[in-house]
Ligand binder design. Structure first.
Ligand SMILES: Nc1ncnc2c1ncn2[C@@H]1O[C@H](COP(=O)(O)OP(=O)(O)OP(=O)(O)O)[C@@H](O)[C@H]1O
Length: 260
């Protein structure tokens, strides 16, 4: 089972942002998408989820052309965690998570006990069960972020797409979330995640796709794609990469910008 992108070009009409993109996300894999602001990462996500037509090329989900899948079929395969923004309605956090069950409900049917049990389970798994009765719009940005992730997990997808999921989280919650992603990856989920942090990619990604301003995308194993040269090329800043053993004995790569 995989998402396969073949010779994909995406953008808006005459505004081409990416060209000739080839990559695959398999189950049990984390793929991080990196690149400068405005380069087309979210546009790529919209294209993969069928909200935007490809300008050229194809997207296949489990060998089926994306355009052949219904919205319901797609929602049972791919869950999306958007960037946090205000929600005008006063739903409880529990009801927000319950919305993740929509792809499994028939028209006019309400969520049942099984759906509630799934929601309870994912909220517990993500450590946010205590937020269930709180009003979503009154939660902090980080708490809202975790609720949106729980909603996506309640969808019981094969693939999870996350747009900067750690942007509102404090340092401890960032690490907690990345560890959860690794656990979910190990249960067979395929995860595609946009991040602005090469360190996060080094921490959790099996593969990365680095988007450049000139429409190029370099995709492959994290250590092969993210180098001092490619990061300078993509972001225009000099960085040093350090490969060390941490106090737990794990080999880790970290990235440090060179000032001046
Ligand atoms: N509906 C639209 N029509 C035309 N251009 C758009 C539309 N939506 C976004 N854009 C433009 O497309 C470009 C890429 O936007 P996108 O949100 O994909 O970038 P991104 O790489 O996700 O950026 P960031 O890292 O800042 O979130 C931007 O210049 C943006 O203004």
């Amino acid at each position: 089972m995989n998402i396969e992108v073949k010779e994909l070009s995406c953008g808006y009409g005459a505004k081409v942002l990416l060209e000739g993109l080839n990559l695959t996300l398999s189950r049990g894999e984390i793929l991080c998408i990196l690149g400068p602001n405005g380069v087309g990462k979210t546009t790529f996500f919209k294209t993969i989820q069928g909200f935007l037509k490809p300008l050229a090329g194809e997207v296949y989900i489990n060998n089926t052309l994306l355009s052949r899948l219904s919205r319901r079929e797609l929602a049972q395969l791919i869950a999306y965690v958007p960037q946090v923004h205000g929600h005008p309605f006063s739903y409880s956090a529990r009801d927000m998570v319950l919305m993740g069950r929509t792809p499994y409900l028939n028209t006019l049917s309400a969520p049942g006990k099984g759906d509630s049990a799934v929601c309870r389970e994912v909220m517990e798994q993500l450590g946010i069960a205590h937020l269930a009765d709180r009003c979503y719009s009154q939660l902090s940005g980080g708490e809202q972020q975790m609720v949106l992730i729980a909603r996506a997990m309640a969808q019981k997808p094969t693939f999870l797409m996350m747009d900067e999921p750690t942007s509102n989280l404090d340092y401890a919650h960032q690490m907690y979330l990345l560890r959860q992603m690794i656990k979910l990856r190990d249960t067979g989920l395929g995860i595609m995640m946009i991040t602005h942090s090469p360190d996060q990619a080094f921490f959790c990604a099996d593969n990365v796709a680095l988007f450049y301003r000139d429409r190029r995308v370099q995709a492959g194993a994290t250590a092969t794609v993210l180098t001092e040269t490619s990061l300078k090329d993509a972001y225009g800043i000099t960085v040093d990469l350090f490969r060390n053993r941490n106090s737990a004995g794990e080999v880790v790569t970290t990235c440090s910008p060179v000032m001046g």
